[in-house]
Design a protein around this ligand. Structure first.
Ligand code: GLN
Length: 203
């Protein structure tokens, strides 16, 4: 049995932190910059950073369509912060096309200038144990969830900050910055399931 591999889109942003978290869990993690590197991955993380830059680089590196196709075919994809903006069907103030894979609409920089960054302990559906320490940095909020989308976490005021649609995950916050590997473990589980499916011969 081969082990699943998780790719981390490494065009811009905090991809190194995601790789570190995955390796801490013993998960094979690779940086993805070229379409050919998508071939062997069983899940993809789109990191936080600047969504305008990431979407521009997706086009320059010819990655937008191949990632979109894989997402439609069932590849687990998790977007954190800017990554969630890249995954969303619609995002405010984004000047170029994103992946538009996940049936959510997000508002960029939703928490205003004064509170650019904050941290809060939140409960996340499907993650047991102590509350998750969530770090928000110029974070987006999820303003609309389609019928197939499950809300995984909200702030006290009801703002949606984590959601799931099948194998697509979006978080407004940055689990890669906290040392808490539980969210990465969740993605690793989805990657393992996808990996097994891929290896099973098609009848
Ligand atoms: N504000 C950034 C954007 O809109 C996201 C910030 C982040 O990823 N920490 O792309």
């Amino acid at each position: 049995m081969t082990a699943p591999t998780v790719g981390v889109l490494a065009l811009q942003g905090d991809f190194a932190e995601h790789i570190e978290m995955l390796r801490r869990l013993g998960v094979d993690a690779v940086e993805v910059r070229l379409p050919a590197q998508l071939v062997h991955i069983d899940a993809l993380i789109i990191p936080g950073g600047e969504s305008t830059t990431i979407t521009r680089l997706l086009d320059i590196y010819d990655l937008r369509e191949p990632i979109r196709r894989l997402g439609l075919a069932g590849l687990p994809i998790w977007g954190t912060c800017a990554g969630a903006i890249v995954l969303a069907k619609q995002a405010t103030e984004l000047d170029r096309p994103n992946l538009a894979l996940m049936d959510i609409d997000v508002r960029r920089n939703a928490f205003g200038r004064q509170v650019d960054s904050f941290e809060e302990d939140i409960h996340i559906e499907g993650i047991d144990g102590t509350p998750f320490h969530a770090v928000f940095i110029r974070a987006p909020v999820i303003e609309r969830c389609g019928a197939a989308v499950e809300v995984l976490a909200t702030l006290e005021d009801g703002a949606i900050v984590a959601a799931r649609e099948g194998r697509l995950l979006a978080t407004s916050f940055h689990p890669e910055l906290t040392g808490d590997t539980r969210f990465h473990a969740l993605l690793a589980k989805l990657a393992a399931a996808y990996h097994e499916e891929r290896l099973r011969p098609v009848k």
